[in-house]
Write a protein that binds this ligand. Sequence first.
Ligand code: F6R
Length: 602
Amino acid sequence: MCGIVGYIGAKEKKEILLDGLQELEYRGYDSAGIAVIEAEHLNHFKAVGKLSNLREKTKEFHTDGFGVSIGHTRWATHGKPTELNAHPHLGQYSYVVHNGIIENYSELKKELQANGVAFLSQTDTETIVHLFERYNAVAASPFDAFKQTIERLHGAYATLLITEAAPETIFFAKNGSPMLIGLDGSDIYFASSDTPIIGKAKEVYYLEDGEFGYAKEGKIHLFDRNGVRQIVTRALASDKAMAQKEGYRFFMEKEIYEQSSVMSDTMIGRVKEDGVVFEELDEGFFDGIEQIKICACGTSYHSGLTASYLLERLAKIPCSVEIASEFRYKEPLLLPNTLFVTISQSGETADTLEALKMAKKAGLKSLSICNVDNSSIVRESDGVILTRAGIEKGVASTKAFATQAMVLWMLSLHLAKLRSALSPQRVAEEISAMLHTPKALIVSDELHGRLHRLSKRYLHGHGFFFIGRDIFFPLALEGALKLKEISYLHAEGYPAGEMKHGPIALADSELFTIALMPKTLHYEKIKSNVEELSARDSTILAISPEPFDLADDFIQTLSAAHPMLEFFEMMVVTQLLALEISVRLGNDVDMPRNLAKSVTVE
Ligand code: F6R
């Protein structure tokens, strides 16, 4: 969701911007643009669609010598994805890029229009550049004008501004949307996340909400509303190799195959012989906690739902789960002794972040389960458990979900021990099952080949029902979400026992039921639910270790030692099924239409 890059220095700016934007593609976008000031000359280019269109447009453009530059990938919020609405937005002599939403933009726009300003785009962002130029006409310096501009903005934003009035400077501000500054000698970089600057900058500073300032002559001048701020940088990681496709057709495919190995990373140093330890959490972190509230969106919400079964079953602790966008506006009762757990692969999801801020305001202790260190949610939380999935580039989440589910299972066991809720023998059984997880996630050629062949029968129909019970219900929701996201076919996840309370009316041979039938949890119950659907002629794809006579198609799973092992194995099956259907339909697997990897607007 909108990506920002910026660079000041003497290197070739066009390449730095375009390469940087490429690294941010995973956030989702529908147009892109760059602007450069060199030798006091402004140049800008914009293009709708993929970055390759912008590359084509800038083919003949080269930069040479010192200059300032900004770039942006836009995911449309205010106004359609057109070239006029693409960033950077131009005033008379300045350009701005912005991520987030300026909530009071219509009021600001009216005010500017009343003063004779003509707007070219339908975006909220354009108000920033016009406000700046209006203040700059009378302010003591361009920085003063920028400061006055920022003071007028309400909402979430990360923004960069360059202007002919200060041609060696980039102005920046952050409030609610991510932004960092990378440094390498006198070269200064800006970006929405680490990846564009890995391999370029050596040190990094993650801006805090409310910080703003300017970069000039190799120095960062940082402020907040109380005055000057000290900038304390840290070394930047250099691991980008993980983000390449390594021979797979799609990032999503690579990430499905990687799940087995990343799961070992998730467990390393945490899963011990006699229990689970989280050294990253202070001793006594869970003292006084009597219930858990989980808050998340999308796929992360599904891992949260899975956790609600595990936390109550293993740790015997009451647990409720909320969709963050609902939670924010329902005037929730936030009781003391509740641990507020947010789950987010990106750590930047606006609704989850705001829910976390609400819980903190109410005095609750917070824990985040996240894949991106130093992300906004991580920085806002009292405690953090990183999922260690590595960079996930496919927009449809796979390994991030798997590692979230794993961490939450580990957390359940950790709490079970702290609360003496399980016998040592039961703890040992759980640990043994955890250690077998990487094996359950191995994708065999045979399985993948079978799903490839079978997928051709599932390219039409009037809908898919993924059904399951217990933890296999959230997995059914997740399986359906994966299919929807990348195939654009209608799919629903449903608790198997609920089908007869309404949805069974849809059953006929064109309704595809994907039945998750584990052997270790309620097998007989789900079997009768599937029989009911089969009797009404629904086409059944059964996934189970146990052959099932009424199945039209059958995928035999191997694990039957522990429900979570069955869970992970069936998860892989549903992911590959969605992938193969999407490929056959000719869709863009890694960047499905209308979706963004990191949803930083509400
Ligand atoms: C689906 C998917 C989304 C995200 C959701 C929340 O494949 O990835 O549903 O799970 O947008 O994002 P995070 O986990 O970054 O908070």
